[in-house]
Write a protein that binds this ligand. Structure first.
Ligand SMILES: NC(=O)c1ccc[n+]([C@@H]2O[C@H](COP(=O)([O-])OP(=O)(O)OC[C@H]3O[C@@H](n4cnc5c(N)ncnc54)[C@H](OP(=O)(O)O)[C@@H]3O)[C@@H](O)[C@H]2O)c1
Length: 324
C-alpha cells in the first residue's frame, strides 16, 4: 500500500510517499480502506516538532528523538471496512466509518489502517459524504468536549476565538445548537463564513480587541491559543468558563490558579477518548445541527502543498487528503 511517511522533523518537504506492507489484523481488529484523511494543525506541529519549550524533552520521548517513531502521521480518517477479525461484533465488512487514530501513534496517512473495534470509530453519519466524514472527528470532538464542560444554557453569551478554523467552525455550530448567543472572532475575510454557520456577531481581531470592549460573556473558548488569558478572563461573567484548546504550560498554570481562587472555571488539557461524545457528535450531524466545513481537498500525492497551506495558519475549517 502507499503511505505518506514523515522521514524526519522539518518543513513539509520531509513528507514522502512510500510503499509499506498492508497491515495485518488480529481477532478484534478491523482493516479500513482509507477514503480520506485530513491535515490538522496537530499534524503540522508534529511534522515540524513545534512543541512548547517546557515539553521539548517529553515530546522527544513521546514522539521520537531524531525523527517521528510513528512516522505515518494523520489523526483522523474516513473509509470502508475491508476485513474484520474473527471476534469483531461491532462492525462488518463494507461498513463506512470515520475514526480518530490512537493518540501519538497517528497512522491515518495510509491507504489502509488497522484499528481495534473498541477504538474511536463510529459508522459514518448518513447525511454527510466520506470526504466530510474524514474531517468530523478531531475538530468536532474537540469542540464538543470543551463546550460540554461549560454546560451552556439557552441564551448564554459565548465567544469563540479562532472561529474560522477546524475546532472553531464546529464550536460556533455546537454553541448555537446549545442555544447560545454566539460571538465569533476571526479575521475580516472570514466573517461571512462564521455568520453563515450561525454566529450572531463577528469581531475582526485585527481591527477590534474584544478584551477592550464592554461586553461580557458566560463562556470564552479559545480554539487556537492566541487570546491573552489575563485580559480575556476579565470579560467573563461571574461563574463563567474560559476554555483553552491549546496546552501551553504557563497558561495552564494561570488557569489552575484562576479556577482555585475565583468563581471563573478554566478548562484546558487534552480531549479524552469518550466514544459516547463521538456518538453525540454523530447525532448532531444527522440532525443537521453541524456540518463539516471543507476548505480545500488535496490528493494524497499533494501532501507537501497541503501541509504548506496548513502551516500558513489561514485554513478555513478543514483540509481533506483523498486516497480513493
Ligand atoms: N486540546 C486538544 O485535545 C486538542 C485537540 C485538537 C486540536 N487541538 C488544537 O487546537 C488548535 C486549533 O486547531 P484547528 O485545527 O482548529 O486550527 P486551524 O484550523 O489550523 O486554525 C486555523 C484558523 O486559525 C485562525 N487564526 C490564525 N491566527 C489567528 C489569530 N491571531 N487570532 C485568531 N484566529 C487566528 C485562522 O483564521 P483567520 O485567517 O481568520 O485569522 C484560521 O481560520 C490547534 O493548536 C490544535 O493542535 C487541541
Amino acid at each position: 500500500m502507499k503511505a505518506i511517511v514523515c522521514t524526519k522533523y522539518g518543513s513539509p518537504e520531509v513528507l514522502g510517499i512510500f510503499n509499506r506492507p498492508k497491515p495485518s489484523i488480529s481477532k478484534n481488529d478491523i482493516l479500513i480502506k482509507t477514503h480520506a484523511t485530513s491535515v490538522t494543525a496537530g499534524d503540522t506541529r508534529v511534522r515540524a516538532f513545534r512543541v512548547p519549550l517546557a515539553f521539548k524533552l517529553f515530546g522527544k520521548f513521546l514522539l521520537g528523538f531524531k525523527k517521528p517513531k510513528y512516522n505515518i502521521l494523520g489523526m483522523e480518517l474516513s473509509g470502508t471496512i475491508e476485513a474484520i477479525g474473527e471476534d469483531v461484533t461491532k462492525f462488518k465488512v463494507g461498513d463506512e466509518v470515520c475514526a480518530t487514530m490512537n493518540g501519538h501513534r497517528f497512522g491515518a496517512y495510509a491507504q489502509y489502517c488497522c484499528l481495534h473495534e473498541n477504538d474511536m470509530i463510529i459508522s459514518k453519519p448518513q447525511n454527510i459524504s466520506l470526504d466530510e466524514a474524514a474531517v468530523l472527528s478531531l475538530g468536532g470532538r474537540t469542540a464538543l468536549y470543551f463546550l460540554n464542560k461549560a454546560n451552556i444554557q439557552k441564551g448564554q453569551k459565548v465567544l469563540i476565538y479562532g472561529a474560522s478554523g477546524s475546532v472553531g467552525t464546529y464550536a460556533v455550530q455546537i454553541a448555537k445548537y446549545f442555544g447560545a448567543e454566539v460571538t465569533a472572532v476571526c479575521s475580516l475575510r472570514n466573517i461571512p463564513l462564521v455568520k453563515s454557520i450561525g454566529a450572531d456577531y463577528a469581531i475582526d481581531y485585527i481591527s477590534t480587541d474584544f478584551t477592550q470592549q464592554k461586553k461580557t460573556y458566560d463562556v470564552i473558548f479559545d480554539t487556537v491559543g492566541f487570546t491573552n488569558f489575563c485580559k480575556s478572563v476579565k470579560r467573563l461573567n461571574k461563574g463563567g468558563y474560559y476554555l483553552q484548546a491549546v496546552a501551553e504550560p504557563l497558561i495552564n498554570f494561570k488557569m489552575i490558579i484562576k479556577s482555585t481562587f475565583s468563581s471563573i472555571k478554566c478548562i484546558g488539557g487534552t480531549v479524552t477518548r469518550d466514544i459516547s461524545e463521538f456518538y453525540q457528535l454523530k447525532k448532531l450531524t444527522e440532525e443537521n445541527a453541524i456540518k463539516p466545513i471543507i476548505d480545500t481537498t488535496f490528493n494524497f500525492d499533494q501532501i507537501v502543498a497541503a501541509h504548506r497551506y496548513v502551516d500558513s495558519l489561514r485554513k478555513r475549517g478543514n483540509v481533506v487528503i483523498k486516497f480513493n
